[in-house]
Design a protein around this ligand. Sequence first.
Ligand code: SF4
Length: 377
Amino acid sequence: MNAAFGLYLHIPFCRQRCHFCAFYLELHRDAAAENFLRALHTELRLYAADKMTAGRSVRSVYFGGGTPTVLTAAQLTSLISAVRESFAMDRDCEITVEAHPSTVGIADLSALRRAGVTRLSFGAESMHDDELVRIGRPGATADTVEAVASARTAGFTNISVDLMYGLPGQTLESWQRALSTCCDLSPTHLSCYALTVEDGTRFAHDVRQEPRQAPDEELQVEMDQAARQMLTEAGYARYEISNYAMPGFECRHNLLYWTEGHYLGLGPSAQSFVDGVRFGNIANLSAYESALGEGRLPVHDRSLLTAEEQLRDAVIFGLRLERGIPTSHLNHHAANYGYEKAVTLLRTSNLLEEKDARTRLSAQGRLHADSVAEKLF
Ligand code: SF4
């Protein structure tokens, strides 16, 4: 098969670790970034020469992390040039860069636009400074307002903003104000993520010390419903459990993950799925660099999925979509693995909802997407 694929580049650096974050990352240092970039350029060259990518084009490129914009605009631009030299790009290729609002100025954004970046995703997380302090998120909400304005001046028309709900001290009213402030910025895309307590994070430690800081699930359901109502009224449509877009501005790259698309992930900890094979890079920067220094791909697990496993993944990811999946696919998957009772329980617990012979996660199910997935895996 020669289907086009999406390319994900994981930039594993942040200036500091937010209290709730469990992603694989390192604190940014100039020298460490230089070493990493050398390895990443090598990985690009190895994949460009790999028969897996022969004859296929890139339909989307996504720089995620970490914080890609801790790299300089020149470093990011050089990576984009290397991607173009390595692969054939679709003419309308979507190129997204995740950006921390306080790490970019107009000159950086203009350089990224000139390099062909088509989409920016700003991790705002909240539009209230006191909430940012409580989750250990550096920067201020004014940075987000300024960054979005600068992005427009730089020529970007496709701008996404990430927000989180269920933050310590956040109320339904402060969440609605955050959404309203965000809508005033007129992004074309909004992601609303429920805060979760991840093992090993500073936030998990804080919650153990002071349990009332833990997200209140009922309140999170109300916040999810408020987001849906406000954003629908503002002209956005929810297309995935956490993602809203103006018509035509759904993130093409992320849709690949939920619709059995092919994607190739580069950088430590990045995951790939190409031609029925799932594989992942080692989640360790020095091991990643060592492998590439020896001219080897840093892949540490690889499995060819059977037809049943591919249906399983299509079901688990597809339930996240607003349009859900054909109920017949869910039933087929349940029969393959003997999960009929588990599926019945998910339905009777109102974690799944069915309409017009299609099934998706319910409002309650959206908050428990990971544990629903575990029951179906
Ligand atoms: S900026 Fe993003 S990736 Fe970095 S620590 Fe914070 S949440 Fe995690």
